[in-house]
Design a protein around this ligand. Structure first.
Ligand SMILES: *[C@@H]1O[C@H](CO)[C@@H](O)[C@H](O)[C@H]1NC(C)=O
Ligand SMILES: *[C@@H]1O[C@H](CO)[C@@H](O)[C@H](O)[C@H]1NC(C)=O
Length: 257
């Protein structure tokens, strides 16, 4: 046995002893009186969609702060398999764009903050959000898309077909889903979905920048900074403060850190 293995085993033993001591203390406290522990660790709340914490995210395909949030805090949160049992997430891609209806084609045309490639990226992303289920899979594909966008040295060179094929090769989507997305964003449906995201964004009269994040329909600067820093921790704090519940992944995080 080499030294590293030994270290791993020792750490494991230490953590388990620690857990045992903690759980023993908890059960002793419990015997003395339920009130000493406000709420025990809860495994499965089984919340219906309307009872979950609700996040509405307004984003743009090429905005650096949006990319940082999606590839950082959001991606780390999705590493937890169960976070979406407690959280609804919806992302709309439009942000500070502008839309004009072309009366001849009856389609909208777009001008985007970071140029035409962003308009294209927004359309692809809105198609993904609408065409891929479950939501975890859709967001993971958005993450793959943003990772691949960042590999391009020049925005003008971004090729969304190639990017989607790469994400397909990385097994983020099936062949059928890939076709569904390409069909959506190269056709009228992509235009309509983009218009829907535009209307939804424009109804946010307070929106000042992107990403713009609403918690249960409201914007709050403190919640915003907590979410962009560490979404898991925010969800833990939210459930602890506002629902008096300690979620399973929060417990683990505290022990391990
Ligand atoms: C969760 O709740 C739904 C309906 O409220 C129910 O059908 C389902 O069986 C529950 N699942 C678990 C694991 O308790
Ligand atoms: C709990 O809810 C209140 C009122 O909606 C809110 O101000 C507060 O930020 C919430 N707590 C967390 C951690 O979000």
């Amino acid at each position: 046995m080499n030294l590293i293995n030994l270290q791993v085993i020792l750490t494991f033993l230490f953590l388990n002893t620690f857990r045992f001591v903690v759980s023993k203390q908890l059960s002793l406290t419990k015997l003395k009186g339920q009130n000493l522990i406000k709420k025990p660790f809860q495994k499965n709340l089984n919340l219906s969609s309307k009872n979950k914490l609700d996040l509405e995210i307004y984003s743009e395909a090429l905005c650096p702060d949006c990319q940082q949030f999606i590839l950082g805090s959001l991606q780390r949160a999705l590493n937890s398999d169960i976070i979406l049992d407690y959280l609804n997430i919806q992302i709309y891609f439009y942000g500070n764009a502008e839309e004009v209806l072309d009366p001849q084609t009856n389609l909208f045309s777009y001008r985007c903050q970071h140029g035409p490639k962003e308009c294209e990226g927004n359309r692809v992303s809105n198609c993904i959000m609408n065409k891929i289920n479950p939501i975890k899979k859709a967001i993971e594909l958005i993450i793959c898309l943003e990772e691949e966008i960042k590999r391009y040295a020049q925005i003008q060179m971004v090729n969304y077909d190639k990017i989607l094929i790469k994400c397909y090769q990385k097994k983020k989507i099936t062949n059928q889903e890939l076709k569904r997305i390409i069909k959506c964003y190269s056709g009228e449906e992509g235009n309509i979905l983009q218009h829907f995201a535009a209307q939804k964004t424009e109804s946010q009269t307070e929106l000042q920048f992107v990403p713009w994040i609403l918690v249960n329909g409201k914007y709050d600067i403190q919640q915003y900074s907590a979410i962009t820093k560490d979404l898991i921790l925010f969800v833990c704090d939210y459930y602890k403060q506002n629902r008096s519940v300690k979620l399973p992944f929060c417990q683990q995080k505290e022990v391990l850190i």
